[in-house]
Design a protein around this ligand. Sequence first.
Ligand code: NAD
Ligand code: UDP
Ligand code: UDP
Length: 343
Amino acid sequence: GVVHRSDELVVPRARVGRVPVGVSSRRLRVVVTGGAGFVGSHLVDRLIERGNDVIVIDNFFTGRKENLVHLFGNHRFELVRHDVVEPILLEVDQIYHLACPASPVHYKYNPVKTIKTNVMGTLNMLGLAKRIGARFLLTSTSEVYGDPLEHPQKETYWGNVNPIGERSCYDEGKRTAETLAMDYHRGAGVEVRIARIFNTYGPRMCLDDGRVVSNFVAQAIRKQPMTVYGDGKQTRSFQYVSDLVNGLMALMDGEHVGPFNLGNPGEFTMLELAEVVKETIDPSATIEFRPNTADDPHMRKPDISKAKELLNWEPKVSLRDGLPRMVSDFRNRILNEDERKGM
Ligand code: NAD
Ligand code: UDP
Ligand code: UDP
């Protein structure tokens, strides 16, 4: 395990005398970047539950302290306000790198910051992983497949992505992040793991992040029409957050680099999704058509045979079972919001 570089001789610590990971009894030290966000906070809960020491790094762009407030005071938990675009020094065993705005509204708000987060943020976390011999997991996205010409998408598909569009800061950013991860893996011996996450929903999603599940659920609760973009015949596959967290942990603790698709293969049109939300929340809910956004992928559905075979993972929660689990969280937050506004 000696890697020759032009300027130095590096013996990757990742390959020298590391303690096997995935042992729940050991006090594993784990960093979760973006841990104050939707997916990150659920992951942190599970890591703390299994007895790990967890450091969250977050700049609170889209994340919220409320998502972690139940862990304040827990001696295993630390929250650091930090922007991953800047370097940081820490000593840990595993790095889950989630920090990145994930919904179109957020990532288009400041596209330059989004691509900086994807490129410089990922570079810093890989540099950290290299220095301390930590294992590094990147949460990439199904958006690397762009508007796919292959359906369903396998990990071998290279994608159909517009490099100069409004979504590029996110999807090209994640593609570059994947490249960086593989180059640190091949060039510096860093143990990396790559997850390509498909649309995920659940409690703690941002209320007004413009994503279709959060929009429809919030609209149905607020007795507003559900906004269907375009003809509503485009498809997506929706994964419940606990399934994703299981997949991320199986990937991190397993022996395979990936990339792995992590998603629920159940495929729905937006009109079908509106129907399920209607059945779940309010039978009198209505829909309203709106023009669609640029470069909106027509369909998306993961092929998850690779994760099934190599990670022994598959999602367990169907859309009809998962939706009700986010409704009470959304109801409470919408109620609190209304109270704050004095409604
Ligand atoms: P989120 O917006 O809820 O969480 C992202 C977190 O990263 C937030 O807490 C935010 O404050 C933090 N963050 C953003 N930029 C940062 C920076 N420069 N420095 C430090 N912290 C920063 O989004 P999420 O849905 O939880 O997504 C988590 C990860 O999963 C993201 O990398 C996203 O691209 C990926 N992903 C999510 C989905 C999904 O459907 N939710 C799908 C594909 C990929
Ligand atoms: N880095 C960091 N924490 C560390 C080690 C590195 O934030 O503990 C950052 C470092 O500042 C650099 C990036 O990670 O910007 C890449 O580090 P690497 O050592 O791979 O590259 P170099 O510093 O040699 O350019
Ligand atoms: N969408 C919709 N109504 C909304 C928000 C989104 O019909 O209020 C559509 C959107 O055009 C897209 C799909 O839902 O076709 C999924 O959008 P989202 O932003 O949730 O995820 P992504 O496009 O990243 O898959």
